[in-house]
Structures are given as C-alpha cells and as structure tokens.
Design a protein. Structure first.
Length: 300
C-alpha cells in the first residue's frame, strides 16, 4: 500500500474513532437523562422494571394504567400493588415486560388487562418494543428485543440508538412537575359527551400475539404466579370480537379467571368515562373496587 493509501486509511481510522467516541459520549448523556426522569412513561417504565417489588402487578395498555387504582386494591386485598400499564402498548409488549420483571423478582399475582384488539394484525405493536431498548442490563433483554427484530441487539452497539426519538420528551421530564402517582396509576378527569355506539373488530388475528398470551399463561404457571385476566368497561355496545373469544377459550382451557365488564348496565353511564374506551377517575375507582372484590374471592 502506498503513502497515499496509508494516508486515507489513517484518516478513515481517525474518523471511526471520533464517531465512536461521539456515539459513546452522547449515548452516556442520553442514558443518564433517561434514567433520571421525573415523570411520565420513561419514569414509570423504569420503576416497573427496575424498582418496584409489589405483590400484585397490573399489566396492560392505557386501559390498565387509567383504570386500576392500586391504593383501592391494596386497601381491599392487604397486599402491595403496582400499576405497570403503559399507553399504546399491548400484548406483545406485556409478554416482553413480564420477562424483564421476572429477571429481578417474582410477584405473587398478576392482573392482565386484555382488549378487544389485543391479538389483531398490526406491526405497530412490535415497533413499540423499542420502549424497552434502554434496559440492556436485564438478563432477558436480548430474547425479548428479538421479538421486534433479530437486528435490534446489533443496532444497540450504538449507545445512541436506544434513545432515538426520545430526546425532547426526556428533556421535558427532567424537571419535577409535581405530577407523581407513586404506584403507576394515571387517573383521567372529565367525562364523555358522545353517544353510545356499536363496537366490533373484524381485523385478522396475528398468531404470534396468540402465542404471546399462551406464553404469559405458561410462565405464570411455571412461576406459580396467580394470573387473572380482565377486560374493563367500554362505553359501547361491544359485539363479540375474535380476540376476546380466543382469550376466553385460553382462560377456560388453563383454568385462568377471566372477567369481562363489557356491555354491563351498571357502566352504561357517560359520567364514568373519559373516552369511549377509557374510564375517568370516578369510573376507575368504581371499577377498582369491583375487581378488588373479585380478586379477594380468588385469593381466598
């Protein structure tokens, strides 16, 4: 190789080293920001995966986070409770989330909030596993992140990659805005003004999502975790959906308690709802008292 070739090689090596140092330096700063959040999704996700040790853990999407009041559950059941629901994240996420929680400790009981659309086809549910990219310190991390893509673990050789698209949200939540809910619960205020409509879901079923529910059931059996599945109320006339038919079948086959609060006259009240599929704080407290009583019967 001539002098000119050596010169280009040296420059390329120098550029690589500079890029690597920049990636590591910026990545370290982003990691610090992420794990020093003072509220919202990142804070509550870290608490769910890395800190809380509750006897009862609630898993699910925003319908879990907004509907289950841990204080009511704790007072009724006499055990600690944490609401690990995360908005926009459904069955695939909960399957991965459970593995990461179990890396650290084993809760006594889990309530899984299931929706009429949990098992329907849609790649967005897999994309939302990117919310777990920062948790590389967990033993099960490579296994669960491969559900999104077999390439994710290689992309994470970049220290910046796990925090892509999170920067502005992280900056906003470095400040304590005083909106803390110690046990993960996020109550919604205000009430619905829309008229009741029919709800149905005819989207095709994703077999991998069915397998995710089967996996959750099997892991809870193996770990001797008391699993209960619940579909909380909606302000709609819900027509039978494929996803919930499968859920009911799996629960019956495995002797898992499953409670559906859909189409119940007692929740036919706009003043209990914030949106069609989200209870407000009044509705959430009412629902939490009911589910607490059902769980108490199971525990006994």
């Amino acid at each position: 190789m001539g002098k000119l070739g050596m010169k280009y090689m040296s420059k390329a090596l120098l550029l690589f080293v500079l890029l690597l140092m920049t990636d590591r330096g910026v990545g370290y700063g982003l990691k610090w920001m992420y794990f020093n959040q003072k509220g919202e999704d990142f804070y509550y996700t870290t608490k769910a995966l890395d800190k809380q040790t509750a006897d009862l853990v609630i898993l699910g999407s925003s319908r879990a986070r907004n509907h289950y009041n841990p204080e009511i559950l704790q007072d009724s059941l006499g055990i600690s409770c944490y609401n690990a629901g995360r908005s926009g994240c459904f069955l695939v996420y909960q399957r991965a989330q459970l593995d990461l929680i179990l890396d650290r400790y084993t809760p006594k009981a889990i309530v899984l909030e299931v929706t009429p659309y949990d098992m329907t086809v849609g790649e967005g549910d897999y994309d939302r596993l990117s919310g777990l990219l920062p948790y590389q310190h967990h033993a099960s991390w490579q296994k669960v992140i491969s559900i999104k893509s077999p390439w994710e673990k290689y992309k994470c050789w970049s220290a910046i990659y796990p925090y892509n698209s999170k920067f502005f949200k992280m900056v906003k939540n470095l400040k304590d805005r005083g909106v803390f809910h110690a046990n993960g619960f996020q109550p919604l205020e205000g009430f619905l003004k829309e008229e009741k409509k029919e709800y149905t879901n005819s989207v095709a079923i994703d077999g991998r999502k069915v397998e995710a529910m089967e996996y959750i059931i099997e892991v809870c059996k193996t770990k001797q975790i008391m699993l209960t599945m619940v579909t909380s109320p909606m302000y709609a006339d819900v027509v039978e959906t494929k996803s919930l038919v499968i859920t009911d079948s799996l629960c019956k086959r495995n002797n898992i308690p499953y409670y559906s609060f859909l189409n119940q006259a007692v929740y036919d009240n706009q003043k209990l709802f914030h949106t069609i599929d989200h209870l407000n704080s009044t509705g959430a407290d009412k629902f939490s008292r009911e589910i607490a009583q059902l769980l108490k019967n199971n525990f006994n």
